[in-house]
Design a protein around this ligand. Structure first.
Ligand SMILES: O=C(O)C1=C[C@@H](OP(=O)(O)O)[C@@H](O)[C@H](O)C1
Ligand SMILES: C=C(OP(=O)(O)O)C(=O)O
Length: 429
């Protein structure tokens, strides 16, 4: 297990940065282009381990996918040419691969099996298995079909109307994909707004959907056509630098070409509410996805309460937001975030343990975290828990700690941000 010791630094973040491609959009680009007819070109694809799992899944089903650095060329032949994989599919650490691919595998006339790593094998799959079974899917798995490994005896599914029980874009997307491969109309009704990349990107592949408030309707049997996608920078990766620059006085950082979809920009809204100095400027659109630049200058922050509808719009950013809150004057309360307990690790527990061990005043709630600021962090040895976002939070904490911060198992950062340490070194001055 590799670790890294980061020395405390009085440095600031300056200059310009481009973060790697968006993880959610990268996954969806590979899935849609692999199901499509024709050759799709995907640029600025995130070559993190999670997205490569999705690539491997389709390679196992016979799709030719070329990778040249961060460009993918996907030679799709339509769904009828997908082959039954001889070997089980490895979803690795990737919840997005597991949930979205479950929707695909349940609806293809193939027998497939799939497994994940230790973390993914503990994460709930019944949230997709149960509604897929309502559509007629034959899925079996461990623990009464709620945990990986899963086996899919794929077949044509029938459209249903389903009201989501969790605020999850992964479940929503799995059902949209299953509906697309199935017969008749599928309607998915969201419990609350979640990231809408599936709805934004499918039309780029010639698929029609009807989105009306929380309802998404899709007609089965539509053929996907190849498309060219330039993936925007990942706001979830940018979040580490947005917080780093905000909590180091004298910083002035420009992050270029970040995806600023309103279902994902909760981190910017929350940081502004805390008093952060952040300017965003949308300069282009990739399909319907807004893309722009984010400028951050270091400034004193204040504690806030975060709950309700904004939570799914910043769900993956809560660990780094909690670190920001340790540097804010007053109390920050994060609630309605129980979903954090079902991520790569129990992120409520992991954030509380990690920040406490660094010297912060933090308390866990059943569905959130209370952070009292402002505290001087001491530093120390922390476990990433094999969770990329906890590892990166620890690395940013070293910028404001008195003593070095050592991160054990740092390699998990390659899940979503392989160039993270290079980017951190490049922007520090
Ligand atoms: O659809 C997606 O790409 C994702 C949805 C979110 O998960 P949930 O759907 O479980 O909320 C998020 O945490 C994950 O990193 C990516
Ligand atoms: C929760 C995450 O991803 P996934 O669910 O795809 O493992 C994440 O990237 O923070």
């Amino acid at each position: 297990m590799s670790s890294i010791e980061l020395q405390p630094t009085k440095k600031r973040l300056n200059g310009e940065l481009r973060v790697p491609g968006d993880k959610s959009i990268s996954h969806r680009s590979v899935i849609f282009s692999s199901l499509a007819h024709g050759t799709s070109y995907i640029s600025n694809f995130l070559t993190g381990e999670d997205c490569l799992r999705t690539v491997e899944a389709f390679r196992l089903m016979g799709v030719e996918i070329e990778q040249k650095e961060d460009q993918l060329i996907v030679h799709g032949n339509g769904i009828t040419h997908l082959k039954e994989p001889v070997h089980p599919i490895n979803f690795g650490n990737s919840g997005t691969t597991a949930r979205l691919m479950s929707g695909v595998l349940a609806g293809l006339p193939l027998f497939t099996t799939a497994f994940g790593d230790e973390s993914l094998s503990k994460r709930p799959m019944d949230r997709v298995v149960v509604p897929l079974k309502e559509m007629g899917a034959e899925i079996t798995g461990r623990n009464n079909h709620s945990l990986l490994p899963l086996a899919f005896k794929g077949r044509k599914l029938k459209g249903i109307r389903h009201e989501l029980k969790v605020k999850s874009a992964q479940v929503k997307s799995a059902l949209i994909l299953a509906g697309l491969l199935g017969e008749g109309e599928t309607e998915v009704v969201e419990l609350g707004e979640t990231r809408n990349h599936t709805e934004m990107l499918l039309p780029e592949f010639g698929v029609q959907l009807k989105v009306n408030g929380r309802s998404i309707k899709i007609e089965g049997g539509q053929e996907l056509q190849a498309s060219n996608i330039k993936v925007p920078g990942d706001i979830s990766s940018a979040a580490f630098f947005i917080v780093a620059a905000s909590i180091t006085q004298g910083s002035d950082l420009l992050i270029r070409d970040v995806g600023l979809n309103s279902t994902r920009d909760g981190i910017v809204r929350a940081m502004k509410q805390m008093g952060a100095d952040i300017e965003t400027k949308v300069h282009t659109h990739v399909g319907s996805e807004p893309v722009g630049d984010v400028r951050i200058r270091g400034r004193m922050l204040k504690g806030i309460t975060l709950k309700g509808d904004i939570i799914p719009n910043l769900i993956d950013e809560i660990p780094i937001l909690a670190l920001a809150a340790t540097q804010a004057e007053g109390e920050t309360v994060i609630k309605d975030a129980k979903e954090l307990r079902f991520k790569e690790t129990d992120r409520i527990e992991a954030v509380v343990q990690t920040l406490q061990s660094l010297g912060a005043d933090v308390e866990g709630l059943e569905d959130g975290i209370i952070i009292k600021g402002k505290t001087q962090l001491k530093g120390g040895i922390i476990d990433s828990y094999g969770d990329h976002r906890i590892g990166m939070m620890g690395a940013i904490a070293s910028l404001i700690s008195q003593e070095p911060v050592t991160i054990q198992d740092k390699d998990c950062i390659n899940i979503s941000y392989p160039s993270f340490f290079e980017h951190l070194n490049e922007t520090l001055s």
